[in-house]
Design a binder for this molecule. Structure first.
Ligand code: PML
Ligand code: MG
Length: 263
C-alpha cells in the first residue's frame, strides 16, 4: 500500500473560519497539496492558517460519488419550498426542517454541521451543547480528480466549491445513519446550496439565499436509532476515497427529480 496522508487546511480571520480544504494524498504529493492550500488560504488575507498533515493508519474505504443534478428554481422562495419538498419526501418531519432553517439562517457561523433527529426534529446534543460534526478525511482518487473537474466544467460548474461540496456530501450520505444533508454556503457571494441524500443524490439549489447574505451552514438529518458517537466517528475519522465519476443530469424540474426516484 502507498502511504497516504490526510491533509487539511483551515484559515481564520478574527477567530472566524474564512477558508478550508481537505484531501487524501500520497507522500509524494503532500508538498504540492500544501502549497496549493496555502495559496488558497492567502486569497482570504487570513490572520491564521492551520495545515494538518496526518499519516493514515487504515486504508481508505473506496466509494462512489453521489449523482449530481441542479434543480430548476428561480427564486429564494421556490428554492426553500424545494428544500421542504425534498426533505419531506425523505420522511424528515416538518419540525426537523424548521429547526434546520433556523440553525442555518442566523448570525452564528460554526465550522461544522449540526445534527438533527429526522423523526423528532430534536437538535442532537453532546456534553450539554449542540453536537457539531466536522466532516473530514475524504478525497478524490488521483485518477478521477481531473476528469471530475472536466465533467463539471462541461456543465458550467467551474467553481472549486462544487467539487468539494459534492465530495463532502457523498461521504456524509454514505453513512447508514444519515437520511440527508442540507447546506447553505456562508459566503455572501455564493447563493447556491444543496440537499444531498442517497435517494435523490446531490441536488443543487440555486438562489437558496439572497446575494450579500452572510448566513449559512450545514445540517445532517439522522435516523432515529442512530448512535451519535458512531456517526461522528465515521464522519470525522474514517478515511474515504471517491473513485468514480458520478452521473450528471444537468438542470431538472423538482417534480422530475422527485418523480424519477419514486417510480
Ligand atoms: C460551500 O463550500 O460554501 C458550500 C457550497 C455548496 C454548494 C456548492 C454547489 O454549487 O454545488
Ligand atoms: Mg486527491
Amino acid at each position: 500500500m502507498t502511504q497516504l496522508y490526510s491533509i487539511r487546511m483551515r484559515a481564520e480571520q478574527q477567530a472566524l473560519h474564512v477558508s478550508g480544504a481537505e484531501d487524501i494524498v500520497s507522500a509524494q504529493d503532500i508538498q504540492a497539496s500544501a502549497i496549493s492550500f496555502i495559496t488558497r488560504a492567502l486569497n482570504h488575507a487570513p490572520e491564521k492558517i492551520v495545515i494538518t498533515m496526518e499519516k493514515l493508519d487504515t486504508e481508505p474505504i473506496r466509494l462512489p460519488l453521489l449523482p449530481l443534478v441542479t434543480c430548476n428554481v428561480k427564486t429564494t422562495e421556490s428554492a426553500h419550498s424545494a428544500v421542504r419538498t425534498l426533505l419531506s419526501s425523505l420522511k424528515i418531519c416538518d419540525e426537523a426542517v424548521d429547526t434546520a432553517f433556523s440553525l442555518i439562517f442566523n448570525d452564528r457561523t460554526v465550522a461544522g454541521a449540526y445534527l438533527i433527529d429526522a423523526d423528532s426534529g430534536q437538535t442532537l446534543r453532546l456534553r450539554n451543547s449542540k453536537a457539531i460534526v466536522r466532516v473530514s478525511r475524504f478525497g478524490l482518487l488521483d485518477s478521477i480528480a481531473e476528469e471530475l473537474q472536466d465533467t463539471l466544467n462541461k456543465h458550467g460548474l467551474t467553481h472549486h466549491r462544487v467539487k468539494e461540496a459534492l465530495t463532502l456530501a457523498s461521504k456524509v450520505c454514505s453513512s447508514d445513519a444519515v437520511v440527508a444533508e442540507l447546506c447553505v454556503s456562508d459566503d455572501p457571494n455564493y447563493t447556491t446550496g444543496y440537499v444531498a441524500s442517497k435517494k435523490f443524490g446531490y441536488v443543487r439549489l440555486p438562489h437558496i439565499k439572497k446575494l450579500g447574505n452572510p448566513q449559512g451552514g450545514r445540517v445532517v438529518f439522522l435516523k432515529n436509532n442512530a448512535s451519535l458517537s458512531i456517526v461522528i466517528k465515521f464522519l470525522e475519522k474514517t478515511p474515504v476515497l471517491f473513485d468514480t465519476i458520478p452521473e450528471m443530469k444537468g438542470v431538472m424540474d423538482l417534480d422530475e427529480i422527485t418523480g424519477s426516484c419514486n417510480s
